[in-house]
Design a protein around this ligand. Structure first.
Ligand SMILES: [Zn+2]
Length: 169
C-alpha cells in the first residue's frame, strides 16, 4: 500500500473546515483553532472560494437595505447556489465507457459478507476468505481495512499468512 503523503488537502479535510468557515464569517466561536483554519485556507483553493462566497453572502445580509433590493436578492441567490454546487460532490466522472463504482457501498457489502463468514467459521485466514467468497484478494483486503477501522476484527499473522478474527461485540 502506498503511504505517500498527499500534498493537497482531501475532501475529508475540507469537511472539518466547512463549519469553521461559516462560523468565522458570522462571527461565532470556532470549534477548531483559528490557526488550523488559516493553514487550511492557504493550501485549499476550494475552501478559499467558499470563504469568499460566505463573506459576500454575509455582506449582503448585513446591509438590509441592499438585501431588500432585487440586485441584493439576486446576489444572495447566486452565492447560495454556488456554495450548494460546490458542497455537493460529483456523482460520477461521467466519462463515456467508464462505469462509476460505488466504492463505499462495495466495501461495506464485502465487509458484511466477511463478517457473516467469520461469525460462522471463527478465525479464518485471508486465502481461505478469498476462496470462500470467490472475490479478489484486493477486495477482501479493503473490507478487512473497513472492519478493522470500525473495530470489528483483529488481525494476526504468522510467516505465511494473515488471520482474521471477529472481536467480541
Ligand atoms: Zn478545503
Amino acid at each position: 500500500m502506498k503511504t505517500t503523503k498527499a500534498k493537497n488537502p482531501t475532501r475529508e479535510d475540507c469537511k472539518k473546515y466547512e463549519l469553521a468557515i461559516t462560523n468565522y464569517v458570522l462571527g461565532q466561536a470556532l470549534k477548531v483553532p483559528k490557526e488550523t483554519l488559516w493553514e487550511h485556507l492557504k493550501t485549499c483553493r476550494a475552501c478559499r472560494r467558499d470563504f469568499a462566497d460566505w463573506q459576500d453572502t454575509y455582506e449582503v445580509m448585513k446591509t438590509e437595505a441592499y438585501y431588500n433590493t432585487p440586485a441584493g436578492q439576486q446576489k444572495m441567490k447566486e452565492s447560495f447556489q454556488a456554495l450548494k454546487k460546490r458542497m455537493t460532490p460529483p456523482q460520477s466522472v461521467g466519462v463515456p465507457g467508464r462505469i462509476p463504482i460505488d466504492i463505499r457501498g462495495n466495501i461495506k457489502q464485502t465487509a458484511r459478507t466477511l463478517y457473516d463468514l467469520l461469525k460462522t467459521n471463527g478465525e479464518t485466514s485471508v486465502p481461505v476468505l478469498v476462496e470462500k467468497t470467490r472475490l479478489k484478494e484486493y477486495y477482501i483486503q479493503q473490507a478487512i481495512g473497513w472492519l478493522g477501522g470500525n473495530e470489528k476484527i483483529t488481525l494476526a499473522k504468522d510467516d505465511k499468512t494473515a488471520y482474521v478474527r471477529l472481536l467480541p461485540e
